[in-house]
Design a protein around this ligand. Structure first.
Ligand code: DGL
Length: 293
């Protein structure tokens, strides 16, 4: 059983790529709708909320949790992996948590994460890569740093889209979402004197839900990297080396959707993007709730 954690609905874009890729694996999704959006929250709060969410999924029986959220990954993944997890009994029991920035940087630079010095031909790449993300993701600078380590001549256009994830969550009208997307693209292009990016990373898992709007306003030559598919590729590689995380008990449900918010309301909102059939359940408090702040 594998857990997928996000601040809200955005991680469903990752979850859907994973359930398609791994039909035999059971997934538990947790959306922290009580606290969405994460993007403008202080880092320490994001770390606490992410840890609580991961721990809930561990208690629920997930040995591996994928942070289906760029903000949680950019701000909290390293802290949880190096400072928190090793001090817990979870580590000794073989639990792990992985983020989604590393595979996205690997795909954007065509360089394995372990390779941190520029190789040929990446050394000479002079492309422009746009990264669209939340305030906290962009402020962490993680995408720009990790891309430039591998491709020092690439120009990274980092664009904060502060209201977009929140607007997607509340089901804002397409015209409002389009205005926000258009302004973000204009902001990114202005950083390069109006020159278009060669590639675009939608560095917030909510944004694939409005990928059609990014596609409409980005120049046709700009390639949009599909983060959900990238994450599925990366997990496939990871599971080929750690197959025990994919194991499922015979009577295990294939998919459980949990929310810290109101299940009826969240299920209705999820339907706008994902169609019928997604029924969120409340957290089982006996298992341990994500604290409300
Ligand atoms: N979907 C998340 C991300 O990938 C978080 C958006 C938010 O809660 O602000 O960044």
């Amino acid at each position: 059983m594998i857990g997928v954690f996000d601040s809200g609905l955005g991680g469903l874009t990752v979850l859907s790529a994973l359930t398609r890729r791994f039909p035999e694996v059971s997934f538990v999704y947790l959306g922290d709708h009580a606290h969405v959006p994460y993007g403008d929250r202080p880092s320490e709060e994001i770390i606490d909320l992410t840890r609580a969410g991961v721990e809930h999924l561990f208690r629920r029986g997930c040995k591996l949790v994928v942070l289906g959220c760029n903000t949680a990954t950019a701000v909290a993944a390293r802290r949880l992996q190096t400072t928190w997890l090793p001090t817990t009994h979870w580590k000794a029991e073989g639990h792990n948590v992985v983020g989604i920035v590393a595979p996205t940087v690997e795909a954007a630079t065509q360089t394995p994460w372990a390779v941190t010095t520029p190789q040929y031909p990446q050394k000479f790449l002079t492309d422009r890569i746009a990264v669209f993300g939340t305030t906290r993701t962009i402020a962490s600078n993680v995408y720009a740093e990790e891309i430039r380590k591998r491709c020092p001549k690439v120009t990274v256009l980092q664009q904060i889209c502060s209201e977009l994830a929140g607007a997607i969550e509340v089901g804002a009208a397409d015209s409002d979402l389009e205005r926000l997307v258009e302004a973000s693209i204009a902001g990114a292009m202005a950083q390069a004197g109006g020159e278009p990016p060669h590639r675009a990373i939608l560095g917030c898992t909510h944004f694939p839900l409005v990928e059609h709007l990014f596609r409409r306003h980005l120049p046709p030559a700009t390639r949009i990297l599909s983060q959900p598919d990238i994450v599925a590729d990366s997990l496939e590689d990871y599971l080929s080396r750690h197959a025990h995380y994919a194991g499922a008990a015979a009577n295990e449900p294939r998919l459980v959707l949990l929310t810290t918010g109101d299940p009826a309301e969240i299920s209705a909102r999820a339907r706008v993007f994902a169609g019928d059939g997604l029924a969120f359940e409340p957290l089982d408090v006996a298992v341990g709730a994500v604290p409300r702040t």
